[in-house]
Write a protein that binds this ligand. Structure first.
Ligand code: PLP
Length: 387
């Protein structure tokens, strides 16, 4: 049987795959079984931060694999401790819990918020407000946090204790808080799966003020927006916010599974021995990869992400067949006149892999994609949109 047939027969049918079988790649170019090359504008959904088979990243991973690949959390390891230090130093957060995915990073954030609220505001204070159109993961609890009803329908009953409010409305937070005292508000600075929709800065500021005034925690999901993606180390920094906790994953380890929950001053002491755990969490190979990735996300790289972003916006704004361009940094959504899926299919035929998010074509290229490849891909998108 061909790989495609094997996959269809034996892999759970949860993914609608594109007709491309990727076997290798280098940087922002991936190759299929026939040796055909594609410009990779999705980087595995914002995961391969420095592209595929990047040499610096590979070196960090191979070096650690040669020493020890896993120890369990019963013992200390250098990559785990040093990565936690790097994350705290660069954000001002106080402690890090490591897991393996975005959903798990959010689960930890939710557990920490619930424990803090029970201890500080009373046993009846556990409700977390999230935004409509948000996406926080696929576990039963993070689905409950996700403010999109169509994800919920088949999996009732979900974890109780979540309420969703419209982004932009402080009044709805007041209402929710009056009905049942809120423990936290959880947001994405840019809704990724929701269609690359950035929060209005004035609302983000008002929301932050509201959480402070009401002694409610501010939790920020940076699973997709984090680790340089928006031209800042974390997207909340673009907004001048001070979160109580931040979750991240996708691009953190540049292609290996790793989730991190960063806890600020109010939450640093909330999780004690036995309160949470993960067998694979903080895996030394993933942490060594993340240390390498983080060390390269410096001021120069972030400025370059912003410069590349401006090039893309300038090329696409007002282009024929393009209705709107949204996003920050290298997290960009393009609303076209033609359906996004149709444009993505056309671009695959022309050698470029784009993603979709709701009704938009989504761009999440590697942070170091060469200008030439970036603009070649953007021009192919422009052509497809204009047809
Ligand atoms: C992808 C994503 C998640 C879920 O991450 P997984 O690693 O798939 O569990 C959660 N929140 C946001 C904002 C995401 O983009």
């Amino acid at each position: 049987m061909s790989i495609r047939e094997l996959d269809r027969q034996y892999v759970a049918n949860t993914y609608k795959r594109f007709p491309v079988e990727i076997v290798s790649g280098k940087g922002s170019v991936v190759r299929d079984t026939d040796g055909r090359e594609y410009i990779d504008m999705g980087s595995g959904i914002a995961v391969t931060s420095f592209g595929v088979a990047d040499e610096i990243w590979q070196k960090a991973v191979i070096e650690q694999i040669g020493k020890v690949q896993h120890t369990s959390n019963l013992y200390y390891t250098e990559p785990c401790a040093k990565l936690a230090e790097a994350l705290c130093t660069r954000t001002g957060m106080k402690k890090v819990f490591f897991s393996n995915s975005g959903a798990e990073a959010n689960e930890c954030m939710i557990k920490a918020a619930r424990k803090w609220a029970a201890e500080n505001k009373g046993a009846d204070c556990f409700t977390i407000a999230t935004l409509k159109n948000s996406f926080h993961g696929r576990t039963i609890t993070t689905l409950a946090a996700t403010g999109q009803a169509h994800y919920h329908e088949l999996f009732q009953p979900l974890t109780p204790g979540f309420v969703s409010v419209d982004a932009g409305s402080i009044a709805q937070l007041d209402e929710a808080n009056a009905k049942t005292p809120l423990a936290a508000v959880m947001i994405e600075c840019i809704q990724g799966e929701g269609g690359v929709v950035p929060l209005d800065p004035a609302y983000a500021k008002a929301l932050s003020g509201w959480t402070k005034k009401n002694d409610v925690l501010l939790l920020i999901d940076e699973v997709q927006t984090g680790n340089g993606r928006t031209g800042a180390l974390y997207a909340y920094m673009n907004y001048g916010l001070q979160p109580d906790a931040v979750s991240t994953a996708k691009g953190l380890a540049g292609g290996l599974p790793l989730g991190a929950t960063l806890l600020g001053e109010r939450l640093e002491g909330v999780l004690g021995y036995g309160d949470h755990g993960s067998t694979f969490g903080g895996n030394p190979v993933s942490c060594a990869a993340a240390l390498s990735v983080l060390s390269r996300i410096d001021a120069d790289l972030l400025a370059d992400v912003r410069r590349k972003s401006r090039m893309v916006f300038e090329a696409l704004d007002g282009a024929p067949g393009v209705e709107a361009v949204s996003g920050i940094g290298l997290m960009i959504g393009v609303k076209c006149v033609r359906p996004a899926a149709e444009i993505v299919t056309k671009c695959i035929e022309r050698g470029v892999l784009f993603l979709t998010a709701k009704d938009k074509v989504r761009l999440l290229p590697a942070l170091n994609i060469p200008d030439e490849l970036l603009m070649k891909a953007v021009n192919i998108l422009k052509e497809a949109a204009a047809e």
